[in-house]
Design a protein around this ligand. Structure first.
Ligand SMILES: Cc1cc2nc3c(=O)[nH]c(=O)nc-3n(C[C@H](O)[C@H](O)[C@H](O)COP(=O)(O)OP(=O)(O)OC[C@H]3O[C@@H](n4cnc5c(N)ncnc54)[C@H](O)[C@@H]3O)c2cc1C
Length: 290
C-alpha cells in the first residue's frame, strides 16, 4: 500500500483544520472501504484523517429534531439501538445486513453514505426517512437533504475540505414503519443485486396511505427515490392490488445495468418484488392488514 500520513483528531475544529490540509486528504470512519481502496490503488491519499475519536461524530441520540447519527458511528451500534428498533426499523434491517458482524462493528453508516456506492445498503432506508446530511467544513456547517447528496457512483456533493458530520432523521409519526430488503445470491457477504426500502404512514381506521416513500439500491448510478410508486400509494386505501401497482411503478426509477450479478431485466423484476415485500412488512409492523 502506498504510504500516507495519518491523523486522529479528537475535536471537530481540529478535524476541520486537518481536512483542509493541502494535497489529497481522505476522511476515515471504519476504513472497510477506504483501506481496501488504498491497498488496491483505486484511491490515493497524502493524509488520512480518522474521524472516529470526535464525540460529535459518535453521536447516536434522539431529540426534538429527530435521530442524530454521528458520521463515524458504527453499524452495530445503530443496529442494536432501542430507538432505531422501535421507530426506524428499516434502518435496523439494513445496518444488520452490511457485510458481517465484524464489518458492522467497524463500518459506519456515514462511511457507507460517503462511499456513495449505488449498492450501499443503508442508504435507501435513510432516503425513505428523509435524512438530512450535516456537512462540516472550513466555512462552517451546512445541511443537505440526502436525496441531493449523491452525484454519481462514488461521488457526492462534498467539496474540498468538507466532511459528513452527522445524519438527522426526522421523528416518524405514529402508525408508520419502514423496511429494507435486498437480494443477493447467497446469505451474506455480497453486494446487493437490488435493494429496496419502503416507508408507510397509514391511518389504521380508514387504511388510507398518508405518506409513502420508496427508495432503491443497485439499479441506478446513485441510490434513488421511486417517486412514481410513492404517488401510486399516497391518498389511496391500501390493498393488495395497490401494493402490486406500486411495485410496477417503482421500476420507473430504475435504470439498471446488466453485469455479472444480474441482467437489467432481472433487476427490474427484483425491484417489483422487493417493493411489494417491503410494503407488506411496513404494514405488518404498523399492524394494518390488507
Ligand atoms: C467484507 C466486506 C463486506 C461488505 N459488505 C457490505 C454490504 O453488505 N453492504 C454494504 O453496503 N457495504 C458493504 N461493504 C462496504 C463497506 O463495509 C461499507 O460501505 C461501510 O459502511 C463503509 O463504512 P466505513 O466506516 O468502513 O467507511 P470508510 O472505509 O472509512 O470510508 C468510506 C469512504 O467514505 C469516506 N468517508 C468516510 N467517512 C466520511 C465522512 N465523515 N465524511 C466524508 N467522507 C467520509 C472515506 O474517505 C471513503 O472514501 C463491505 C465491505 C467489506 C470489506
Amino acid at each position: 500500500m502506498p504510504s500516507f500520513d495519518y491523523a486522529a483528531p479528537t475535536t471537530l475544529s481540529e478535524a476541520v483544520t486537518l481536512m483542509s490540509t493541502a494535497g489529497t486528504v481522505r476522511a476515515l470512519a471504519g476504513g472497510t472501504d477506504l483501506i481496501d481502496q488504498l491497498k488496491a490503488n483505486r484511491r490515493n491519499a497524502d493524509l488520512v484523517v480518522d474521524l472516529k475519536h470526535i464525540p460529535e461524530l459518535q453521536r447516536l441520540e434522539a431529540d426534538s429534531e429527530g435521530l442524530h447519527i454521528g458520521a463515524a458511528r458504527c453499524c452495530s451500534d445503530v443496529h442494536h439501538d432501542p430507538t432505531v428498533n422501535s421507530l426506524y426499523r428499516g434502518l435496523a434491517d439494513s445496518t444488520g445486513l452490511v457485510g458481517s458482524v465484524q464489518i458492522q462493528n467497524r463500518a459506519a453508516v456515514g462511511g457507507n453514505v460517503c462511499n456513495a456506492a449505488p449498492s450501499a445498503d443503508t442508504t435507501p432506508n435513510l432516503l425513505t426517512h428523509e435524512a438530512v446530511a450535516v456537512i462540516a467544513g472550513p466555512s462552517g456547517t451546512r445541511s443537505v437533504e440526502l436525496t441531493d447528496f449523491f452525484v454519481g457512483p462514488g461521488q457526492t456533493v462534498l467539496q474540498q475540505g468538507e466532511f459528513l458530520q452527522e445524519l438527522i432523521l426526522p421523528t416518524p409519526p405514529e402508525n408508520s414503519a419502514s423496511a429494507y430488503l435486498r437480494f443477493i445470491p447467497r446469505n451474506e457477504m455480497d453486494i446487493a443485486v437490488a435493494g429496496v426500502s419502503s416507508f408507510l404512514h397509514v391511518d389504521p381506521a380508514t387504511k388510507t396511505v398518508l405518506k409513502a416513500r420508496v427508495a432503491l439500491a443497485s439499479v441506478a448510478p446513485t441510490p434513488v427515490r421511486a417517486r412514481a410508486a410513492e404517488s401510486v400509494l399516497e391518498g389511496k386505501t391500501i390493498s393488495a392490488d395497490l401494493i402490486s401497482e406500486a411495485g410496477n411503478a417503482a421500476v420507473a426509477a430504475a435504470t439498471p445495468i446488466t453485469d455479472v450479478r444480474g441482467s437489467a431485466e432481472y433487476r427490474n423484476e427484483l425491484v417489483r418484488v422487493l417493493t411489494r415485500r417491503t410494503l407488506g412488512i411496513c404494514l405488518e409492523r404498523i399492524g394494518v392488514s390488507v
